[in-house]
Design a protein around this ligand. Structure first.
Ligand code: COA
Length: 260
C-alpha cells in the first residue's frame, strides 16, 4: 500500500504506523484519516502482526488535532458527516481492533489527536507531550469520541474541566489522571512501546483479542459486559492456545501459542 501522509513499518510481529505531516503537526485531514483506516484494516487482516504502535513523526507532535483549515467552512451537514465517517472508519475501528494498539504520544495530542490516542487500547507518552481537547476554544465540541472516551479514562469531573477550559495538561498530569500509563524521555518512548509490545506478544493473541472485546463491552450501550466475558471465557476453552497454555504450565515450560 502506498501512502502520502503515514508511514507503515513491519518488523516480524510488530507494526508501527507513524503519522507523517510534521509541517502541519500531523493534523488529521481527510486523506490521513482514510490512509490510517486502510493501514489499520490491512494490519488487522495480517495474522502475523500481533501488536501495532501508533506515533507521530517529528519531535513536536503526535497529532495536533483534526485539520482546522479543512473544516473551517463546513456546513452543519458536512460537520455531522465528518464526525460520523471518522468514527466509523477510524476511531471506532481502532478501539474495536483485535490487534492491540499502543499509542506512543510523542508531543502535542490535541483534539482529534488525543481522541485518536484514546481510541487506542492504551497510551504511553514522552515527557514533552501535552494533551487536551481545545475544541470549545474554536466554537465546536470534540467530535471523534472525546466527550465519551475522556470521561471513561479520567472520570467525569476531570473530563468536564479539560473540555470546558480547553487547556493542555502535561504528560505527568496525564499519567496522574490515568490517561497515559507511563511517561518517559523522547528517546526512550519507542523502545518502551516495543518492550511493552514484546510482553504482549508472549501471550495468546486469541485470548488477548477476546479480552479486548470483553473490556470494550463494558462501554457499549445495551451490552452486558459480564455476559460477554462469560461467553468469551467459555469460548477460550475450545482454542488451541488454551490447550498449549495450560499444557505448557503443567509441563513447566514456556508456552508456544499457535494463535488459534
Ligand atoms: N489543523 C491544521 N493545521 C494545524 C493544526 C491543526 N489542528 N495544528 C497545527 N497546524 C499547523 C499550523 O497552522 C502551522 O501551519 P503553517 O506553518 O502553515 O502556518 C503548523 O501546523 C505549525 O503550527 P504552529 O501553530 O505554528 O506551531 P506552534 O508551536 O506555534 O503551536 C500548537 C503549536 C499545537 C499549540 C498550535 O499549532 C495549535 O494550537 N494547534 C491547533 C490545536 C487545536 O486546536 N486542535 C484541535 C482541532 S479540533
Amino acid at each position: 500500500m502506498k501512502f502520502n501522509n503515514i508511514i507503515v513499518k513491519k518488523n516480524d510481529a510488530l507494526a508501527q504506523i507513524t503519522i507523517n505531516r510534521p509541517k502541519k503537526l500531523n493534523a488529521l485531514n481527510k486523506e490521513t484519516i482514510s490512509e490510517l483506516s486502510d493501514a489499520f484494516q490491512d494490519l488487522e487482516e495480517n495474522s502475523k502482526i500481533k501488536v501495532i504502535i501508533l506515533t507521530g513523526s517529528g519531535e513536536k507532535a503526535f497529532v495536533a488535532g483534526a485539520d482546522i483549515a479543512e473544516f473551517a467552512n463546513f456546513s452543519v451537514e458536512e460537520g455531522s458527516s465528518l464526525a460520523q465517517k471518522g468514527h466509523e472508519i477510524l476511531f471506532d475501528l481502532v478501539e474495536n481492533l483485535s490487534t492491540p494498539v499502543i499509542a506512543a504520544v510523542n508531543g502535542f495530542a490535541l483534539g482529534g489527536g488525543l481522541e485518536l490516542a484514546m481510541a487506542c487500547h492504551f497510551r504511553i507518552a514522552s515527557d514533552n507531550a501535552k494533551m487536551g481537547l481545545p475544541e470549545v476554544s474554536l466554537g465546536v465540541i470534540p467530535g471523534y469520541g472525546g466527550t465519551q472516551r475522556l470521561p471513561q479514562l479520567v472520570g467525569k469531573g476531570k473530563a468536564m474541566e479539560m473540555i470546558m477550559t480547553a487547556t493542555m495538561i502535561s504528560a505527568n498530569e496525564a499519567k496522574s489522571y490515568g490517561l497515559v500509563n507511563y511517561v518517559t524521555t523522547q528517546e526512550e518512548l519507542l523502545p518502551l512501546a516495543e518492550k511493552l509490545a514484546g510482553k504482549i506478544m508472549q501471550n495468546s493473541s486469541v485470548a488477548i483479542s477476546a479480552a479486548i472485546k470483553a473490556v470494550n463491552a463494558n462501554f457499549k450501550d445495551g451490552v452486558n459486559g459480564f455476559d460477554r466475558e462469560i461467553e468469551a471465557f467459555g469460548v477460550s476453552f475450545g482454542t488451541e492456545d488454551f490447550k498449549e497454555g495450560t499444557t505448557a504450565f503443567l509441563e513447566k515450560r514456556k508456552a508456544k501459542f499457535p494463535g488459534n
